[in-house]
Design a protein around this ligand. Structure first.
Ligand SMILES: Cc1cc2nc3c(=O)[nH]c(=O)nc-3n(C[C@H](O)[C@H](O)[C@H](O)COP(=O)(O)OP(=O)(O)OC[C@H]3O[C@@H](n4cnc5c(N)ncnc54)[C@H](O)[C@@H]3O)c2cc1C
Ligand code: SF4
Length: 316
């Protein structure tokens, strides 16, 4: 194991995989799914702070613990939907250890992928085993050969707020830059060896916006979402919606925006009729697999319920 004592930038010249909280990487190593050097990020200073961004948003260090992020006053005030998502993902124990950067770059949870005795497309094989087998919990927006839903809850925040990750070399990547379009089955993100995320940059929230998060899962806690959504709506002074974001997780090989739902929201007030229409529109471009059609009404209801939550919120 290689430990980075201070300068994260030198990581670019090292070979191996970064370990932040280790909650995903160590699980994969324990199953023999990951081999090779580990570059320990734990002691890299300066990457676990949350500070004001240059244009009024927040700069969140990649090593910030998810629990710290979820409960930070500025995150809760400016991005309540994302704070709720962070506070609700995984388990309390994982949130205490796992980091923002590790969450955004974790691997898929597909049981075929996690089985050390099987080699699917993502592990360099020539077939997606889930497509011919059990894909009950997989994608209902079929983007490419790998049908595993993207695992990161925090990635929905990238879509809802146009957030970017900052790499050690200064490059900034939006969600498309970090995750691509889901057509490459071999990778879950587009970072290459040695590319280190140092920060998660959230733009300033709009003057009059509301946001919320909901998920549907088998249990309340400690379970991966079947479907989850962050919705964000910006109002003008007359209460008309001028911008809407509906970010969906658990449904595609990348985190996805439900653009048709967003379009159904913009141009009027947030009413029961409007949010019901937006929910219906959220699956307009869905392309379910044989075993995932059942997810579509779950997506619709999840989006409608999350939007309905906005009706009861005070604007910040
Ligand atoms: C029961 C259970 C339920 C869960 N539910 C959810 C859920 O609902 N939503 C959700 O999002 N997650 C969920 N998780 C997953 C959990 O959130 C992740 O394991 C965790 O966020 C990973 O963060 P980490 O810091 O431990 O990453 P690590 O395990 O340290 O790293 C994960 C990957 O990211 C890479 N990496 C880490 N940091 C960086 C960096 N700064 N730059 C570049 N690459 C980096 C590593 O090399 C590795 O490949 C769940 C896990 C469990 C066990
Ligand atoms: S869905 Fe993806 S991870 Fe799962 S078996 Fe298919 S290629 Fe592998």
């Amino acid at each position: 194991m290689i430990t980075l004592p201070k300068d994260a930038l030198s990581a670019a010249s090292l070979t191996g995989s970064f370990r932040a909280g280790g909650t995903d990487l160590q699980a994969r190593r324990a199953r023999g799914l990951h081999h090779g050097d580990v570059i320990e990020l734990r002691d890299v200073p300066g990457l676990n702070t949350i500070s004001p961004g240059p244009t009024g948003g927040l700069k969140v260090g990649a090593l910030t613990r998810i629990a710290t992020f979820a409960h930070h006053a500025d995150v809760r005030k400016g991005y309540p939907g994302l704070a709720a998502a962070a506070a609700g993902l995984a388990t309390p124990a994982i949130r205490e250890v796992a980091t923002v950067g590790g969450n955004l770059t974790q691997e898929v949870r597909c049981a075929y992928y996690r089985n050390p005795n099987l080699v699917c497309l993502k592990k360099g094989g020539d077939a997606c085993l889930a497509r011919g087998g059990d894909h009950f919990l997989h994608s209902c927006f079929d983007q490419g050969a790998c049908a595993a839903p993207h695992p990161s809850t925090l990635a929905l925040g990238m879509l809802a707020w146009d957030a970017q990750v900052e790499l050690a070399d200064g490059a900034l990547l939006d969600a498309a830059g970090l995750y691509g379009d889901g057509t490459n089955p071999r990778t879950t993100h587009r970072l290459t060896q040695g590319q280190l995320i140092v920060g998660f940059n959230l733009p300033a929230p709009a003057a009059n916006e509301r946001s919320a998060w909901r998920r549907v899962s088998h249990r309340n806690n400690a379970e991966w979402p079947i479907v989850e959504a962050i919705v964000r709506v910006v109002f003008d002074a007359a209460g008309q919606i001028t911008l809407a974001r509906v970010a969906l997780g658990g449904v595609g090989n990348t985190p996805l925006r439900a653009v048709a739902a967003e379009e159904a929201l913009v141009g009027g007030p947030l009413t029961e009729a409007r949010l019901m229409a937006a929910g219906e529109a959220s699956v307009k471009t869905a392309s379910p697999l044989p075993m995932t059609r059942w997810k579509l009404p779950v997506v619709v209801t999840c989006v409608q319920d999350t939007l309905r939550d906005l009706l009861t919120l005070e604007t910040p």
